[in-house]
Design a protein around this ligand. Sequence first.
Ligand code: UDP
Length: 411
Amino acid sequence: MKRVPLRRLALDAYRGISADDEMAEIGALAERLRGARVVHVNATAYGGGVAELLQSLVPLERGVGLDSQWWTISAPAVFFDATKRLHNALQGMPLDLSTTQRALLQSVARRQSPKLPAADVVVAHDPQVVALRHFNADGRPRWIWRCHIDLTTSHPSALALLLPYVQEHDAMVFTIEAFVPASVDRSRVRLIAPAIDPLSEKNVHLHDGVVAATLRRFDVDPRSPLLVQVARFDPWKDPLGVIDAFRIVRRRVPDAQLALVGGLADDDPEGVAYLERARAHAAGEPRVRILTNVDGVDARDVNAFQRAASVGILKSLREGFGLAVSESLWKGVPVVGGNAGGIALQITDGADGFLVADVAECADRCVRLLSDEGLRRRLGDAGRETVRRRFLVTRMLRDHLRLYADLVAPR
Ligand code: UDP
């Protein structure tokens, strides 16, 4: 187990951005929870949406007076290979786990769980840490399992492996109703959507000059229309489909450019191989730029790319949430998103972006947006409002505090 070092974030900084009644409720809940020890545990502190949201949620919990910590498990690479297979099966692929790999899921949890610090509440994020509860002898904390993935088409054998561990938790949090497995005890289920931090490096306002300079640094022309997908290189994010859609777009908008910005996450062993596939797929298409953290793309650069985009894309085939959608919408940029799980929660088709079923629809909606500045502005403005109302970190903080209070400080 490793503790992730974190500061405190002052809630006051969000006044004027988030709604007053939300801020007041957070204050009242924090009063009831003062000093409560909350331990968040997951697989990685770097890469992917879970790490992104814990980077703001945990410091904010600390800022309002909880004693919150964030820990990551330590495990060998073969463990993350096994959990990625489980993740893929939970999103619909057949489960391909050897007996040794199944045993590894248990042995890592058995070794790691006793190393958790004393807590009032433990929040275990995603399947990699679902078995910690089972191997924890300390009867005091209340346990929450937080599912960030899209379970709509789970392979039954993957669910059968997961659910006995899930059921041992005092509460389970899913993003939307459609992800809740039928056999889960509904009285312990909460629906909480993820959210973005408007004040993080990823989302804070940047001046146009900074945005243009960032693009030039990565050999992207700031004057030509730009499509941007920010996502890990992963089959579910369909970067190959985005490249195919872009080839169609180029026939109608010849000066268009596509940037695929995708960091490599610590717990995602498939990333490098899939990145190579994307590179090969884009060969011969000079207006596609493929960039990763290895090229030196940091959070502020991602921010700049999202701001520079005429259209944001997240063409996922399955999606737990897709923080990148709210990140673009918050910047006033409309998003063309795959009609899957958490993306459909953020985009209302035709209102703040478009939901698409395939490559042809993706290309068609991108062309429509690229050729109509008024439409882009209308959808982008509406998208920013959607995020302000529903997908800012203070709302997510409030929802978490409500749940902790119900578990450890009931009225
Ligand atoms: N991200 C990033 N750099 C990259 C690729 C992704 O910072 O090169 C961030 C992205 O901005 C978002 C998160 O990683 O905040 C991805 O979260 P999302 O929910 O979209 O997908 P996940 O990776 O969790 O499936």
